[in-house]
Ligand binder design. Structure first.
Ligand code: ASP
Length: 322
Protein backbone atom coordinates (compact mmCIF):
# COMPACT_ATOMS: atom_id res chain seq x y z
CA UNK A 1 0.00 0.00 0.00
CA UNK A 2 1.25 3.51 -0.78
CA UNK A 3 2.85 5.43 2.07
CA UNK A 4 0.39 7.67 3.87
CA UNK A 5 1.28 11.09 5.21
CA UNK A 6 -0.52 12.90 7.99
CA UNK A 7 0.90 16.20 6.76
CA UNK A 8 -0.80 18.79 4.59
CA UNK A 9 1.19 21.61 3.00
CA UNK A 10 4.25 23.26 4.53
CA UNK A 11 4.99 20.53 7.08
CA UNK A 12 1.72 21.27 8.88
CA UNK A 13 -0.65 18.59 10.12
CA UNK A 14 -3.75 17.74 8.19
CA UNK A 15 -4.35 14.73 10.45
CA UNK A 16 -2.75 13.70 13.74
CA UNK A 17 -2.34 9.93 13.82
CA UNK A 18 1.03 9.54 15.52
CA UNK A 19 3.85 11.63 16.96
CA UNK A 20 6.36 9.66 14.86
CA UNK A 21 7.96 11.99 12.35
CA UNK A 22 6.88 15.25 14.01
CA UNK A 23 9.69 17.79 14.01
CA UNK A 24 10.67 19.06 17.47
CA UNK A 25 9.74 22.59 16.35
CA UNK A 26 6.21 21.50 15.51
CA UNK A 27 5.86 19.75 18.89
CA UNK A 28 7.14 22.88 20.62
CA UNK A 29 4.71 25.03 18.64
CA UNK A 30 1.78 22.83 19.73
CA UNK A 31 2.89 22.96 23.40
CA UNK A 32 3.23 26.71 23.13
CA UNK A 33 -0.19 27.14 21.57
CA UNK A 34 -1.73 24.91 24.23
CA UNK A 35 -0.19 27.07 26.93
CA UNK A 36 -2.08 30.03 25.51
CA UNK A 37 -5.43 28.23 25.99
CA UNK A 38 -4.88 27.73 29.71
CA UNK A 39 -6.70 30.07 32.05
CA UNK A 40 -5.67 30.98 35.59
CA UNK A 41 -7.37 29.17 38.49
CA UNK A 42 -10.77 30.71 39.17
CA UNK A 43 -11.07 32.19 35.68
CA UNK A 44 -13.55 30.93 33.11
CA UNK A 45 -12.01 28.65 30.47
CA UNK A 46 -10.54 30.42 27.44
CA UNK A 47 -12.55 30.24 24.24
CA UNK A 48 -11.84 30.93 20.59
CA UNK A 49 -13.52 31.00 17.18
CA UNK A 50 -10.99 28.90 15.28
CA UNK A 51 -13.50 26.12 14.63
CA UNK A 52 -16.61 28.27 14.13
CA UNK A 53 -18.99 26.40 11.83
CA UNK A 54 -17.06 23.12 12.10
CA UNK A 55 -18.33 19.81 13.36
CA UNK A 56 -16.14 17.41 15.34
CA UNK A 57 -17.24 13.79 15.76
CA UNK A 58 -15.80 11.61 18.52
CA UNK A 59 -15.97 7.96 17.47
CA UNK A 60 -14.77 5.87 20.39
CA UNK A 61 -14.76 2.09 20.23
CA UNK A 62 -13.03 1.71 23.61
CA UNK A 63 -13.91 3.19 27.00
CA UNK A 64 -12.77 6.75 27.64
CA UNK A 65 -13.41 9.46 30.21
CA UNK A 66 -10.70 12.11 29.89
CA UNK A 67 -9.87 11.91 26.19
CA UNK A 68 -13.42 11.95 24.95
CA UNK A 69 -14.67 14.65 27.32
CA UNK A 70 -11.66 16.84 26.60
CA UNK A 71 -11.95 16.54 22.82
CA UNK A 72 -15.62 17.49 23.14
CA UNK A 73 -14.86 20.47 25.38
CA UNK A 74 -11.96 21.52 23.16
CA UNK A 75 -14.23 21.51 20.10
CA UNK A 76 -17.01 23.41 21.87
CA UNK A 77 -14.60 25.99 23.32
CA UNK A 78 -13.32 26.69 19.81
CA UNK A 79 -16.85 27.27 18.51
CA UNK A 80 -17.47 23.89 16.82
CA UNK A 81 -20.42 21.57 17.12
CA UNK A 82 -19.51 18.22 18.65
CA UNK A 83 -21.10 14.82 18.33
CA UNK A 84 -20.11 11.79 20.40
CA UNK A 85 -20.71 8.30 19.15
CA UNK A 86 -20.11 5.36 21.39
CA UNK A 87 -18.97 2.89 18.76
CA UNK A 88 -19.56 0.01 21.17
CA UNK A 89 -23.26 0.91 21.05
CA UNK A 90 -23.46 2.24 17.48
CA UNK A 91 -24.50 0.46 14.32
CA UNK A 92 -21.04 -1.09 14.15
CA UNK A 93 -22.36 -3.49 16.74
CA UNK A 94 -25.11 -4.28 14.19
CA UNK A 95 -22.54 -5.06 11.50
CA UNK A 96 -22.09 -1.66 9.84
CA UNK A 97 -18.52 -1.21 8.63
CA UNK A 98 -16.34 1.57 10.03
CA UNK A 99 -16.33 3.25 6.63
CA UNK A 100 -20.10 3.20 6.31
CA UNK A 101 -20.27 4.95 9.68
CA UNK A 102 -17.69 7.49 8.49
CA UNK A 103 -19.51 8.13 5.20
CA UNK A 104 -22.79 8.53 7.08
CA UNK A 105 -21.31 11.17 9.36
CA UNK A 106 -19.47 12.82 6.49
CA UNK A 107 -22.89 13.23 4.85
CA UNK A 108 -23.81 15.24 7.97
CA UNK A 109 -20.83 17.52 7.22
CA UNK A 110 -18.42 16.38 9.89
CA UNK A 111 -15.02 18.09 9.49
CA UNK A 112 -12.91 16.20 12.05
CA UNK A 113 -13.15 12.62 13.21
CA UNK A 114 -11.51 11.70 16.51
CA UNK A 115 -11.06 7.92 16.45
CA UNK A 116 -10.27 5.50 19.26
CA UNK A 117 -10.05 1.82 18.44
CA UNK A 118 -8.54 -1.33 19.92
CA UNK A 119 -7.45 -2.47 16.47
CA UNK A 120 -4.15 -1.17 15.04
CA UNK A 121 -4.44 0.86 11.85
CA UNK A 122 -8.02 2.12 12.16
CA UNK A 123 -7.22 5.88 12.37
CA UNK A 124 -5.00 5.71 9.27
CA UNK A 125 -7.53 3.55 7.44
CA UNK A 126 -10.20 6.17 8.07
CA UNK A 127 -7.83 9.01 7.13
CA UNK A 128 -7.15 7.32 3.78
CA UNK A 129 -10.84 7.30 2.96
CA UNK A 130 -12.23 10.64 4.14
CA UNK A 131 -12.88 13.54 1.77
CA UNK A 132 -9.96 15.90 1.14
CA UNK A 133 -11.25 18.62 3.47
CA UNK A 134 -11.84 16.21 6.37
CA UNK A 135 -9.27 15.48 9.11
CA UNK A 136 -8.71 12.54 11.42
CA UNK A 137 -7.16 12.65 14.90
CA UNK A 138 -6.25 9.53 16.82
CA UNK A 139 -7.78 9.41 20.28
CA UNK A 140 -5.86 6.20 21.03
CA UNK A 141 -4.84 3.40 18.67
CA UNK A 142 -4.55 -0.08 20.21
CA UNK A 143 -1.31 -0.32 22.24
CA UNK A 144 0.51 1.74 19.63
CA UNK A 145 -0.17 5.40 19.89
CA UNK A 146 -2.00 8.15 21.77
CA UNK A 147 -0.55 11.32 20.29
CA UNK A 148 -2.50 13.97 22.20
CA UNK A 149 -1.67 12.17 25.47
CA UNK A 150 2.03 12.28 24.56
CA UNK A 151 1.74 16.00 23.93
CA UNK A 152 -0.13 16.73 27.16
CA UNK A 153 2.44 14.74 29.11
CA UNK A 154 5.26 16.74 27.53
CA UNK A 155 3.44 20.00 28.30
CA UNK A 156 2.98 18.97 31.94
CA UNK A 157 6.67 18.12 32.32
CA UNK A 158 7.65 21.40 30.67
CA UNK A 159 5.44 23.38 33.06
CA UNK A 160 6.97 21.82 36.17
CA UNK A 161 10.54 21.26 35.04
CA UNK A 162 11.11 24.06 32.52
CA UNK A 163 12.82 21.79 29.97
CA UNK A 164 13.78 18.22 29.15
CA UNK A 165 17.52 17.97 28.70
CA UNK A 166 18.58 17.40 32.31
CA UNK A 167 15.70 15.15 33.31
CA UNK A 168 15.46 11.49 34.22
CA UNK A 169 11.93 10.32 33.39
CA UNK A 170 10.86 6.92 34.74
CA UNK A 171 7.83 5.18 33.21
CA UNK A 172 6.55 2.35 35.38
CA UNK A 173 4.17 -0.55 34.92
CA UNK A 174 2.61 -2.20 31.91
CA UNK A 175 4.84 -0.48 29.38
CA UNK A 176 4.43 -3.36 26.93
CA UNK A 177 0.75 -2.69 26.28
CA UNK A 178 0.81 1.08 26.78
CA UNK A 179 0.13 3.51 23.95
CA UNK A 180 0.65 6.29 26.50
CA UNK A 181 4.23 5.18 27.15
CA UNK A 182 4.95 4.91 23.42
CA UNK A 183 3.65 8.38 22.57
CA UNK A 184 5.17 10.03 25.65
CA UNK A 185 8.56 8.52 24.89
CA UNK A 186 8.36 9.64 21.25
CA UNK A 187 7.57 13.20 22.33
CA UNK A 188 10.26 13.21 25.01
CA UNK A 189 12.90 11.79 22.68
CA UNK A 190 12.10 14.47 20.08
CA UNK A 191 12.38 17.14 22.77
CA UNK A 192 15.78 15.82 23.86
CA UNK A 193 14.99 14.26 27.25
CA UNK A 194 18.13 13.47 29.27
CA UNK A 195 17.29 9.92 30.30
CA UNK A 196 14.28 7.69 29.76
CA UNK A 197 13.88 4.71 32.08
CA UNK A 198 11.36 1.89 31.84
CA UNK A 199 10.44 -0.15 34.92
CA UNK A 200 8.37 -3.30 34.48
CA UNK A 201 8.28 -6.99 35.27
CA UNK A 202 9.76 -9.02 32.41
CA UNK A 203 6.36 -9.98 31.00
CA UNK A 204 5.22 -6.34 30.80
CA UNK A 205 8.46 -4.99 29.34
CA UNK A 206 8.28 -4.08 25.61
CA UNK A 207 10.34 -5.94 23.00
CA UNK A 208 14.02 -5.02 22.81
CA UNK A 209 13.69 -3.15 19.49
CA UNK A 210 11.17 -0.70 20.95
CA UNK A 211 11.93 2.45 23.00
CA UNK A 212 15.41 2.96 21.55
CA UNK A 213 17.89 4.39 24.06
CA UNK A 214 15.70 3.78 27.13
CA UNK A 215 17.25 2.14 30.20
CA UNK A 216 15.32 -0.88 31.43
CA UNK A 217 14.85 -1.97 35.06
CA UNK A 218 13.02 -4.85 36.64
CA UNK A 219 13.59 -3.34 40.06
CA UNK A 220 11.38 -0.32 40.78
CA UNK A 221 13.71 0.83 43.57
CA UNK A 222 16.62 0.98 41.11
CA UNK A 223 14.63 2.62 38.30
CA UNK A 224 13.12 5.37 40.46
CA UNK A 225 16.40 6.44 42.12
CA UNK A 226 16.88 10.22 41.68
CA UNK A 227 14.18 10.41 38.99
CA UNK A 228 12.71 13.84 38.19
CA UNK A 229 9.47 12.51 36.75
CA UNK A 230 7.68 9.28 37.66
CA UNK A 231 4.93 8.26 35.25
CA UNK A 232 2.74 5.42 36.50
CA UNK A 233 0.71 3.19 34.18
CA UNK A 234 -2.32 1.00 34.68
CA UNK A 235 -2.11 -2.69 33.81
CA UNK A 236 -3.92 -2.92 30.47
CA UNK A 237 -5.90 -5.97 31.47
CA UNK A 238 -8.08 -5.74 28.37
CA UNK A 239 -4.98 -6.28 26.20
CA UNK A 240 -3.52 -9.26 28.06
CA UNK A 241 -6.43 -11.65 28.18
CA UNK A 242 -4.32 -14.48 26.80
CA UNK A 243 -1.75 -14.53 29.60
CA UNK A 244 -2.48 -15.11 33.30
CA UNK A 245 -3.52 -11.90 35.05
CA UNK A 246 -1.00 -10.72 37.63
CA UNK A 247 -1.62 -11.09 41.36
CA UNK A 248 -2.57 -7.49 42.22
CA UNK A 249 -1.40 -7.49 45.85
CA UNK A 250 1.98 -8.82 44.79
CA UNK A 251 2.09 -6.35 41.91
CA UNK A 252 1.47 -3.46 44.32
CA UNK A 253 4.28 -4.66 46.52
CA UNK A 254 6.75 -4.73 43.62
CA UNK A 255 5.50 -2.03 41.26
CA UNK A 256 3.09 0.16 43.24
CA UNK A 257 4.15 3.77 43.87
CA UNK A 258 3.97 4.36 47.61
CA UNK A 259 5.21 7.33 49.64
CA UNK A 260 8.18 5.26 50.84
CA UNK A 261 9.21 4.44 47.29
CA UNK A 262 8.70 7.99 46.06
CA UNK A 263 11.34 9.07 48.60
CA UNK A 264 13.95 7.43 46.39
CA UNK A 265 13.19 9.89 43.57
CA UNK A 266 14.38 13.50 43.71
CA UNK A 267 12.59 15.46 46.45
CA UNK A 268 10.98 17.74 43.83
CA UNK A 269 10.00 14.86 41.51
CA UNK A 270 6.54 14.98 40.00
CA UNK A 271 4.14 12.03 39.80
CA UNK A 272 2.08 11.52 36.65
CA UNK A 273 -0.63 9.07 35.61
CA UNK A 274 -2.74 9.20 32.43
CA UNK A 275 -5.77 7.75 34.21
CA UNK A 276 -7.81 5.79 34.88
CA UNK A 277 -5.98 4.99 38.12
CA UNK A 278 -6.28 1.77 40.01
CA UNK A 279 -5.63 3.04 43.51
CA UNK A 280 -3.90 0.48 45.68
CA UNK A 281 -2.52 -1.32 42.62
CA UNK A 282 -0.06 0.83 40.64
CA UNK A 283 -0.38 3.88 42.91
CA UNK A 284 -1.33 4.41 46.54
CA UNK A 285 -4.00 6.96 47.38
CA UNK A 286 -1.70 9.16 49.47
CA UNK A 287 0.67 9.54 46.50
CA UNK A 288 -2.12 10.00 43.94
CA UNK A 289 -3.56 12.85 46.02
CA UNK A 290 -0.26 14.02 47.49
CA UNK A 291 1.73 17.23 46.91
CA UNK A 292 3.94 15.74 44.18
CA UNK A 293 1.01 14.51 42.10
CA UNK A 294 0.32 16.50 38.91
CA UNK A 295 -2.34 14.10 37.68
CA UNK A 296 -5.15 16.66 37.64
CA UNK A 297 -2.93 19.18 35.89
CA UNK A 298 -2.44 16.58 33.16
CA UNK A 299 -6.21 16.52 32.72
CA UNK A 300 -6.42 20.32 32.49
CA UNK A 301 -3.57 20.32 29.99
CA UNK A 302 -5.39 17.68 27.95
CA UNK A 303 -8.14 20.12 26.99
CA UNK A 304 -5.60 22.81 26.06
CA UNK A 305 -3.54 20.39 23.94
CA UNK A 306 -6.63 19.22 22.08
CA UNK A 307 -7.63 22.84 21.44
CA UNK A 308 -4.14 23.49 20.09
CA UNK A 309 -4.26 20.45 17.79
CA UNK A 310 -7.75 21.27 16.50
CA UNK A 311 -6.83 24.93 15.92
CA UNK A 312 -3.62 23.89 14.14
CA UNK A 313 -5.53 21.55 11.83
CA UNK A 314 -8.12 24.25 11.13
CA UNK A 315 -5.31 26.65 10.20
CA UNK A 316 -3.78 24.01 7.91
CA UNK A 317 -7.08 23.73 6.13
CA UNK A 318 -7.49 27.49 5.80
CA UNK A 319 -3.93 28.08 4.70
CA UNK A 320 -3.18 25.25 2.32
CA UNK A 321 -4.72 23.73 -0.73
CA UNK A 322 -5.24 20.13 0.36
N1 ASP B 1 -6.39 6.43 29.20
C1 ASP B 1 -5.15 5.90 28.69
C2 ASP B 1 -5.37 5.21 27.36
O1 ASP B 1 -6.41 5.32 26.78
C3 ASP B 1 -4.44 5.05 29.66
C4 ASP B 1 -5.15 3.81 30.10
O2 ASP B 1 -6.26 3.50 29.65
O3 ASP B 1 -4.55 3.11 30.92
O4 ASP B 1 -4.46 4.58 26.86
Amino acid sequence: MAEFSQFGGGGRLRHLLTLDGLEPDLIRELLDRAGAWLSRPGELPRRGHELQGWTVANLFAEPSTRTRASFELAALRLGADAVNLDMMLSSRAKGESVLDTIYTLQAMQVDVFVIRDAEPGVPEYVARHVEPQVSVISGGEAHLSHPTQGLLDALTILQYKGGFRDLAVTIVGDVRHSRVARSASTALAALGVGELRLVAPAELMPDADEFPGALRFESFDAGIAHADVVMMLRIQRERIAATPQPDLARYHELYGLTAARLHRARPEAIVMHPGPMNRGVEISTDVADGPQSVIRRQVTNGVAIRMAVLAHIAATRRGCAL
